[in-house]
Design a protein around this ligand. Structure first.
Ligand code: MG
Length: 388
């Protein structure tokens, strides 16, 4: 039975990722991306051993990510990916596996069945290596520096290469050693291990994998990978009428025989919406964040309250799916101002207007709204937030 060691390359600095941590150590569903990748390889019966290549200085992040996995000491990477892989291959010289599966730490969704298929293809007679990939589905265009299309590249037989890239160990080590002596410009063209092997004249084949085996490159990629849950919460507010000639509703000044009385601008619509959003994250109510006893909120424009709630939600990784508002009053008439209120609320909450709904009703002259003593507002916020 032949042996295969997985060499997980986690030495990148991830300049496109941003954030405080390199992407391979960022948390995905509460665990480092690297940990997910290692777990995938541990559950692959075709893999005998695991070794990780890390950047010097990342030891603390690495130890936290591999806690309890009982792995051999990590290998320190070099200035380029190619150098990092070579360091890893050299470190395997003692165990000298028959095959080595080189894998990007930032591809945590690899399936054990695809690893096995890749190893089987690399083991075929006359083949030196195999690369997991997907056939190109999009039309390919070549454009000049100004973006003008020069030609359309036929996509027949074109693939996007992923990892693992599995090779006969001794052959890949030789190919990498030979490539190490290349000049910088020639070495830059060798963007994956298959390119190093191809340059050495080795036969490498493509193996059809899955789009799911995507690489996490940016913080947005990571966000898309996070399982979200939907939450709904309710908000309610009432303000009474006082002397004046306009009411603020949803950030829009609407002419009326009275104004709404309150400590701030008394925008009952924005207050109900703010409480609804705060409710989705269990962050209390508007009075907790903006106490009426605090003089700085006297006459304040309520758009800052709604913005604050949206920011608190965003800080938790959440986003608003929909806001639904119902105003309850005999007057003023809401219909003529509905579109302006939708646009205003959407602008304040940084949403597409089609995610905002404004409705109005009366209470058939019953109760305090029926007696024209004030306006009530009810709001429901629907949000998506990362599952913990
Ligand atoms: Mg209020």
């Amino acid at each position: 039975m032949s042996t295969c060691t997985a060499l997980i390359v986690a030495a990148g600095r991830g300049s496109r990722f941003g954030g405080p941590l390199p992407k391979q150590y960022a948390l995905l569903a509460g665990r480092p991306v690297l940990r997910h990748t290692l777990e995938a390889y541990r559950s692959a019966s075709s893999i005998n051993r695991l070794r990780v290549v890390i950047a010097p200085g990342d030891e603390i992040h690495y130890q936290a990510a591999v806690e309890g996995l009982n792995l051999p000491a990590p290998v320190l990477g070099g200035a380029s990916r190619q150098q990092s892989v070579l360091n890893g291959l050299e470190a395997l010289a003692g165990e000298a596996p028959d095959f080595v599966a080189v894998h990007d730490a930032a591809r945590p969704f690899v399936r054990p069945v695809d690893i096995a298929a890749c190893l089987a293809a690399a083991s075929a007679e006359g083949v030196s290596g195999a690369v997991l990939g997907v056939r190109l589905a999009d039309t390919l265009k070549r454009a000049d520096a100004e973006g003008a299309i020069v030609d359309t590249v036929p996509r027949t037989n074109l693939w996007r290469a992923q990892t693992p890239q599995i090779f006969r160990y001794a052959q890949l080590l030789d190919a990498h050693r030979a490539a190490a002596s290349l000049g910088a410009s020639e070495a830059t063209a060798l963007t994956d291990d298959a390119a190093v092997a191809e340059r050495a004249g080795l036969k490498v084949v493509m193996v059809e994998g899955s789009e799911d085996n995507r690489k996490i490159t940016t913080a947005d990629d990571l966000a898309r990978c996070v399982a979200m849950e939907t939450r709904t919460a309710f908000g309610f507010d009432v303000h009474g009428f006082g002397p004046g000639n306009a009411v603020m509703l949803g950030g829009v000044a609407i002419p009326h025989t009275h104004t709404l009385a309150g400590h701030s601008d008394a925008d009952v619509a924005l207050h109900a919406l703010t409480d609804a959003i705060l409710g989705t994250i269990g962050a209390g109510d508007i009075g907790k964040h903006f106490p009426p006893s605090d003089p700085q909120w006297r006459g304040a424009s309520s758009d800052r309250f709604l913005k604050h709630a949206v920011e608190l939600l965003a800080a938790r990784g959440g986003r608003i799916v929909h806001l639904d508002l119902t105003l309850v009053c005999e007057a003023p008439k809401i219909g003529p101002h509905r579109d302006a209120m939708v646009a205003s609320i959407a602008r304040i909450a940084s949403l597409d207007p089609d995610r905002v709904s404004v409705k109005a009703t009366t209470t058939e002259k019953l109760g305090f709204t029926g007696r024209r003593e004030g306006i009530a507002a009810q709001a429901i916020a629907t949000v998506e937030i990362p599952r913990r």
